[in-house]
Ligand binder design. Structure first.
Ligand SMILES: Nc1ncnc2c1ncn2[C@@H]1O[C@H](COP(=O)(O)OP(=O)(O)OP(=O)(O)O)[C@@H](O)[C@H]1O
Length: 295
């Protein structure tokens, strides 16, 4: 289950090139390009309505972009042009998993059952897609055993093992968010896309989320792309931050670079360019007093 960090390369797993998305008269994304490195946690941030979810929806196949190329390169070297694939193939073949801004799970099923449902494709394949296969094939029995083991593994990682037999809908909000991530991990993704995973979490739940994501990166080498408004999460766990404003990229670099970038500060605070220097000075003062800032 562990990934050899020594074999981890910094080649891009995802390349988004000249992406544009038009909704009628609105150009929601305009000639947007960025790369996410394999094994990194890359954060996509920006003010409300900047276009972050639209970019996610293009990557995961919910929208077909008006223009542009989205290339996913797996560890094996196999490449997929995501803008040409239907969404189910993006999950199944290209191995991109996602979670949503609003939690989506089977709340009447148990926590464990939610993770087994996520492995449905693998189990059906092992059954040979026949009823007889479901009952008779040793391959199915083996796959079924492996699915339960994988589910238990991710329940432990997400600190949910004690709740395995409870209905998913009974879990507290932060635990439901971790369940969504555990469920996505059960599909064995190469790229995990998380849409605002920290939304609505209290500080303790937020810390548990940070730890889970860092563990996923460290132990599996899975690349993570996340949209997040909570800057404490972004700055704490990201290797790379890309900033969008009005559908265009305004900054791209490591968290330290981005949080001091005048363009980012101006975008978040809505101040004029000439006021930015003044604001940076104020922020630096606060930073030296408190030991950390958010743009
Ligand atoms: N299906 C759609 N049809 C029409 N306009 C849309 C659609 N989806 C998004 N938009 C518009 O595209 C722009 C970007 O929206 P998007 O949801 O991608 O921004 P966001 O950065 O994710 O915002 P937030 O942080 O508030 O979630 C907005 O002006 C939004 O109203």
């Amino acid at each position: 289950m562990t990934f050899e960090t020594s074999t981890m390369t910094k080649d891009p797993i995802l390349k988004v090139e000249h992406l544009s998305m038009r909704f009628g008269g609105l150009m929601a994304i305009n000639d947007f390009s960025f790369e996410a490195a394999r094994g990194d946690i890359t954060a996509l941030i920006g003010p409300n309505g900047a276009g972050k979810t639209t970019v996610f929806n293009c990557i995961t196949g919910f929208y077909k972009p008006t223009m542009g190329m989205i290339t996913l390169r797996q560890r094996s070297g196999k490449e997929y042009l995501l803008e040409r694939l239907p969404d189910f193939e993006i999950t199944k073949q290209a191995k991109v998993a996602r979670t949503f801004q609003n939690i989506r799970m089977f709340s009447g099923l148990t926590v464990l059952e939610n993770l087994l449902v996520a492995q449905h494709n693998k189990l059906m394949q092992a059954s040979g897609y026949t009823l007889l296969g479901l009952f008779g094939f040793p391959a199915y029995r083996q796959a079924s055993k492996e699915s339960i083991e994988l589910a238990r593994h991710w329940l432990e990682k997400a600190s949910l093992i004690d709740r395995a037999d409870d209905p998913a809908g009974d879990l507290p909000y932060g635990a439901q968010r971790r369940l969504e991530i555990a469920r996505a991990m059960c599909t064995g993704p190469e790229l995990l896309c998380l849409d605002e995973p920290a939304a609505g979490l209290n500080p303790r739940e937020s810390l548990a989320l940070n730890q889970l994501l860092q563990e996923i990166r460290r132990d599996t080498g899975t690349s993570i792309l996340l949209i997040e408004h909570d800057m404490s999460v972004v700055m704490e766990i990201s290797d790379h931050v890309v900033v969008l404003e009005y559908g265009q990229k305004i900054s791209d670099g490591n968290p330290d670079f981005v949080k001091h970038d005048p363009k980012v500060i101006a975008a978040y605070l809505g101040v004029e360019d000439e006021e930015v220097e003044e604001v940076i000075e104020e922020i630096e003062e606060i930073e030296s007093e408190q030991g950390g800032i958010n743009p």
